[in-house]
Design a protein around this ligand. Structure first.
Ligand SMILES: [Zn+2]
Ligand SMILES: [Zn+2]
Length: 135
């Protein structure tokens, strides 16, 4: 049995704070073009959790439906991209590792959507790759 751990995070301005229980696993570097444009970053690293393990502590996130059934949660003040829930796996929530208080504890275990990857990006080359996300 895995020991439950408590992790916290939030956006840059402090308007959104969250916490979740669980081990830091199931972490993917996403190379899709939607994450790229929403975040403004060349890759977005997500940890996938059971939705019931996660709670917002401070603030109410703004919502943006980036594709049908896929809602992204972000800070309306500072713009930080914090979480995502998709109808493809409605019992899960994805949280951006970059907004964790201790992201150094959460290394990725794979790359997803590598068919959209920028050809000049070289990052964690030893990790397994999924051309599309495998649910
Ligand atoms: Zn903020
Ligand atoms: Zn993505």
């Amino acid at each position: 049995m895995e020991i439950a751990e408590l992790h916290t995070g939030g956006c840059q301005c402090g308007g959104l704070r969250y916490r979740f229980m669980g081990p830091l696993k199931d972490i993917a570097h996403c190379h899709c073009s939607i994450c790229r444009r929403v975040s403004g970053g060349i890759v977005t690293t997500w940890i996938t959790l059971p939705g019931r393990a996660f709670e917002w502590l401070t603030g109410t996130p703004a919502r943006y439906e980036s594709s049908p059934g896929c809602v992204r949660y972000f800070c309306a003040r500072c713009g930080a991209h914090v979480a995502l829930v998709t109808q493809l796996s409605p019992d899960s929530i994805d949280v951006t590792v970059a907004t964790l208080d201790h992201p150094q504890l959460a290394p990725a275990d794979r790359h997803i959507w590598t068919q959209s990857r920028l050809p000049w990006l070289h990052l964690d080359e030893h990790l397994p790759r999924e051309a599309q996300e495998v649910l």
